[in-house]
Design a protein around this ligand. Structure first.
Ligand SMILES: Cc1cc2nc3c(=O)[nH]c(=O)nc-3n(C[C@H](O)[C@H](O)[C@H](O)COP(=O)(O)OP(=O)(O)OC[C@H]3O[C@@H](n4cnc5c(N)ncnc54)[C@H](O)[C@@H]3O)c2cc1C
Length: 415
């Protein structure tokens, strides 16, 4: 079927990047971008970092300049939700009752924060995902002096804890893991991040869960842990991960498993329907397995690939997954496949000096690598991605040796 008109559901990074790519590739037909939020598509990473800290303003957020949509004939419907999808009729239904027909459809519906099974309804208790969440939290945190309880020891919980303590609030972080970020980067490097936070006064309760959130006059006052400890709390932020927003696809009978299942070109099980970003569980050519990534680069690259694939171009999402975090004076980047990691990392550099790289291997090949405060001029991520792609076996001694340039490790004889 010829591509005549395209509808994109979801105005996040994946959806907006797809719209931009469609025009960049020369598609001149109608494009409608339906976005439930009332803001033009924006970037989320700054929300828990420089935007929350007040170091970046609203101008740091848009995916494309405000006038881009009009200038490029993209019909951006802000504050509109798609409520139903009919693959047989190739149409979606909008919450105002309207209906849009499509020849190709992109589902870029992202993810929504999970919560915890505790009744609250109290002021001062929230999850965190949107620009409104970031503005609200900034307004409460900026003067310092509050007791903040962070529930969740993943990347977002840790970034929010960093911002809260930087503003001079008293922060306690609860998590189910023994070590923060342990599931993502293991106990040693999780311990590095814990030490970083403790040096800034953050207290950890691990493993621990929240058994009760107490309040008075409709406002949160404390979190009671499962060990019975009462932690005073003016603010409670729940950062326990996200769930892919699959409702529309599921109701329409599209294949779902931990997100919307796609092939490497981001095609779903329904003809003419594609999925990209946090919601897509895409086949990755490198591993031959499906991966659902909740990271910025996946939404960016997925938006590009889906747009090209919708136009019938040859495109697959084969980039090595990448993400980054900034906490206090630590800037970290990570590339690779956590699911392939077998064993603890090899360290190059010094954790004590907060300048190091970590490499995870499987059968001698590097499958993931991160750099912390490593000189950008050395292009550490470029080298790490090249090492992973090459599947070259490298000895741990060479990986640990700071005098061995990473790009030369590609030429090593097999170990
Ligand atoms: C606070 C925060 C910090 C982050 N920091 C980092 C970081 O440092 N590094 C990194 O790599 N990644 C980071 N991420 C992750 C990254 O931002 C996400 O992976 C990325 O935003 C995913 O983009 P997306 O377009 O797939 O989904 P989303 O950004 O979730 O956008 C989906 C949009 O679709 C809309 N929508 C859903 N259903 C419908 C519907 N039925 N009709 C209409 N619209 C709908 C939603 O309202 C939403 O606006 C962070 C995320 C958050 C929340």
């Amino acid at each position: 079927m010829a591509v005549e008109n395209i509808v994109i559901v979801g105005g996040g990074l994946a959806g907006a990047t797809a719209a931009k790519t469609l025009r960049a590739e020369g598609f001149s037909g109608p494009v409608v971008l339906v976005a439930a939020e009332s803001h033009q598509p924006y970037l989320r990473p700054p929300l828990s970092k420089e935007y929350l800290l007040g170091k970046a303003g609203d101008d740091a957020l848009p995916v494309v300049p405000e006038d881009w949509y009009d200038a490029n004939g993209v019909d951006l419907r802000l504050g509109v939700q798609v409520t139903d999808l009919d693959p047989a009729a190739r149409a979606v239904v909008l919450d105002g009752g309207g209906r849009l027909e499509y020849s190709s459809l992109l589902l870029a519906t992202g993810a929504r924060p999970r919560s915890i099974p505790l009744p609250s309804g109290l002021e001062g208790v929230s999850t965190f995902r949107t620009v409104e969440d970031s503005r609200r939290l900034h307004a409460r945190l900026a003067d310092g002096g509050l007791n903040v309880v962070m529930i969740g020891s993943g990347w977002i919980g840790m970034e929010l804890a960093a911002a809260a303590s930087t503003f001079g609030n008293t922060v306690t972080l609860l998590g189910l893991e023994e070590v923060p970020l342990g599931a993502a980067i293991g106990p040693d490097l999780g311990g590095f991040f814990r030490g970083l936070h403790e040096a800034h006064g953050v207290r950890f309760r691990l493993p621990a869960s929240a058994a009760e959130i107490q309040g008075r006059s409709g406002r949160a006052t404390a979190v009671v842990t499962d060990a019975g400890e009462v932690l005073p709390a003016d603010l409670v932020v729940i950062a326990v991960g996200v769930a892919p927003e699959v409702g529309l696809a599921e109701a329409a009978g599209i294949g779902i498993r931990n997100g919307i299942l796609t092939d490497a070109s981001l095609r779903t099980s329904a003809p003419g329907i594609f999925a990209a970003g946090d919601v897509a569980n895409a086949l990755h050519p490198f591993t031959g397995e499906h991966h659902r990534s909740e990271h910025w680069s996946n939404a960016l690259n997925g938006g590009k690939v889906a747009a090209k694939a919708m136009l019938g171009l040859d495109a697959v999402l084969d980039t090595i997954p990448y993400f980054y975090t900034d906490q206090y004076d630590v800037s970290m980047e990570y590339s690779g496949f956590p699911s392939l990691v077998a064993g603890p990392p090899v360290i190059r550099g010094s954790l004590a000096d907060k300048e190091f790289m970590a490499f995870w291997q499987r059968e001698g090949s590097v499958v993931a690598g991160m750099n912390v405060n490593w000189p950008r001029a050395a292009k550490p991520q470029k080298a790490i991605k090249a090492l992973i792609s090459s599947r070259t076996a490298v000895s741990p001694d060479l990986l640990a040796d700071s005098s061995a340039p990473l790009d030369q490790l590609l030429d090593q004889p097999p170990i």
